[in-house]
Write a protein that binds this ligand. Structure first.
Ligand code: UDX
Ligand code: UDX
Length: 456
């Protein structure tokens, strides 16, 4: 029975996951280590450095009892019987595979550090999404020195989505654990199964070989992103033909073989995972000589870029082919609602293109303004930020809604309209609002995948 767990990487994945493990396993000591001392200090104080509904309540249940945070990564390794690795694996920006392959430098450094400091037999659990066969490379590193300690590498990819992380961790559709098909590998799998079984029904804990687990994570994200790109492709056709993408989505989704989820047309998908994981999959295909397979998946990303570009093109066309010196208000900068995360948010590209057209851009968001300021730090004086949507709309020629925050549904649009320039435009990149209502107020409305409702 495992009593001491360490997680390296206290980010969006490591922090919430360990808080839930600590909650359900009060007899297990859970230490979360991160090289970023500022992040560690925030976690330690009980105020999470990330916005995630319900997280802080769970955090405070165990903090200081059996859940601890530290910036001393190396010092935390010797006592750990099981080490989760959840450091970031961004897309490589240099050398071979730049722009596609995963940058594994943090991972490898972490593995070497575990090898150097582990005292006894240790189970190493991949939580970060990694290219298939990374576990094998890790095992070779662990075997490269005979220090007495033996290592087993498991793949246990995390499927939580931001904004619903706590619910996803409490009631996962499945937990996936991959390990070696040897007696030691199976014993390591069993240790991790026993841990999750404290709160996850056994029939939801799937065990596989390591490669299947690694590939399943990439494939799951690719399938999810593919659904968004598929409905977005249809949305372009809807705008041309007069079909309504929401009606089409409903009609498709009631087929039980297809199902209703992930069929919401949008300005495009964002987030730290979808694009990165698909490009990683594409690179993997290319490495194995599977050009056609790689191209097939790459099209999901290409469609997403097209959708973001198309959104801005529609704005330009609607607003008499010029945005120069017009004031555009952006409602929402986070890549989805209920998170402060802006990584790969479609808002980044949309704002940059609007600024490229020499518009003035005013960004508002209830949680993601710090991220927005960072992402647009080089954009100059034409961009401004305010948490108040009414303030943001003052003097605007158009509103572009880019994040599906619930609070945007409940705003007083009559009041907003009253403080805007005429004609007033509304581009709903999430189909969050009732176009008829907005049109009734006086807006020229452009939802995704629906014909425009124009007064002109
Ligand atoms: C990360 C990966 O990006 C993703 O591919 C994987 O699926 C899960 O882990 P996330 O938790 O969202 O996702 O990343 P991030 O919030 O950036 O957290 C990573 C943390 O690791 C950061 O706090 C960083 O400081 C820390 N880190 C990074 C280390 O402690 N050591 C390192 O060497 C590198
Ligand atoms: C995703 C996966 O869902 C999760 O299982 C994995 O662990 C990490 O990557 P996340 O990126 O947090 O999670 O959010 P998700 O809810 O999947 O949304 C991703 C993007 O797709 C968002 O920008 C969202 O707005 C967009 N989206 C989603 C749509 O545009 N339409 C949809 O119907 C669904």
């Amino acid at each position: 029975m495992i009593r001491n767990i360490l997680c390296i990487g206290a980010g969006y994945v490591g922090g919430p996951t360990m808080a839930i493990i600590a909650k359900h396993c009060p007899d297990v000591r859970v230490v979360v280590a991160d090289i970023n001392a500022e992040r560690v200090a925030a976690w330690q104080s009980g105020v999470a450095p990330i916005y995630e509904p319900g997280l802080e309540d769970v955090l405070r249940m165990s903090l200081g009892r059996n859940l601890h945070f530290t910036a001393d990564v190396e010092g935390a390794i010797p006592d750990a019987e099981m080490v989760f690795v959840s450091v970031n694996t961004p897309t490589k920006t240099f050398g071979q595979g730049a722009g596609r392959a995963a940058d594994l430098q943090h991972w490898e450094k972490t593995a070497r550090s575990i090898l150097q400091h582990a005292r006894g037999d240790t189970i190493v659990v991949e939580k970060s999404t990694l290219p298939v066969r990374t576990a094998e490379a890790m095992e070779r590193i662990f075997k490269s020195r005979d220090g007495g300690a033996r290592f087993q590498v498991l793949s246990n990819p995390e499927f939580l989505a931001e904004g619903t992380a706590i619910e996803d961790l409490e009631h996962p559709d499945r937990v996936l654990i991959g390990g070696a098909e040897t007696p030691d590998g199976q014993a390591a799998i069993q240790e991790l199964v026993d841990l999750y079984a404290r709160w996850v029904p056994r029939d939801r804990i799937l065990t596989t070989n390591v490669w299947s687990a690694e590939l399943s994570k990439l494939a799951a994200n690719a399938f999810l992103a593919q659904r968004v790109s598929s409905i977005n492709a249809i949305s372009a056709l809807c705008e041309q033909t007069g079909a309504d993408v929401q009606e089409v989505g409903r009609a498709i989704g009631t087929d039980h073989r297809i199902g209703p989820h992930f069929l919401r047309a949008s300005v495009g998908f964002g987030g730290s995972c979808f694009e990165k994981d698909i490009l990683n999959l594409v690179y993997l295909c290319e490495c194995y000589g599977l050009e056609e397979v790689g191209r097939y998946w790459e099209a999901v990303v290409t469609m997403n870029q097209y959708q973001k570009r198309r959104f801005v093109q529609r704005m330009i066309r609607a607003m008499f082919n010029t945005l120069a010196d017009k004031r555009i208000t952006v409602f929402g900068f986070a890549f989805k609602a209920d998170t402060g995360d802006t990584r790969q948010s479609p808002a980044i590209q949309v704002c940059r293109e609007l600024l490229g057209e020499r518009a003035f851009v005013c960004v508002t968001d209830p949680q993601a303004l710090d991220g927005a300021r960072r992402d647009l730090a080089d954009a100059g004086p034409r961009v401004s930020f305010t948490p108040d949507p009414y303030e943001a709309a003052r003097g605007a020629h158009a509103i572009a809604l880019l994040t599906d925050w619930r609070e945007y549904r409940d705003l007083d649009y009559q009041r907003i309209y009253a403080r805007m320039e005429r004609p007033a435009f509304f581009f709903d990149g999430r189909n969050l609002l009732d176009p008829e209502k907005l049109h009734g107020i006086g807006f020229n409305v452009y939802p995704i995948g629906l014909p425009e409702r124009s007064l002109l």
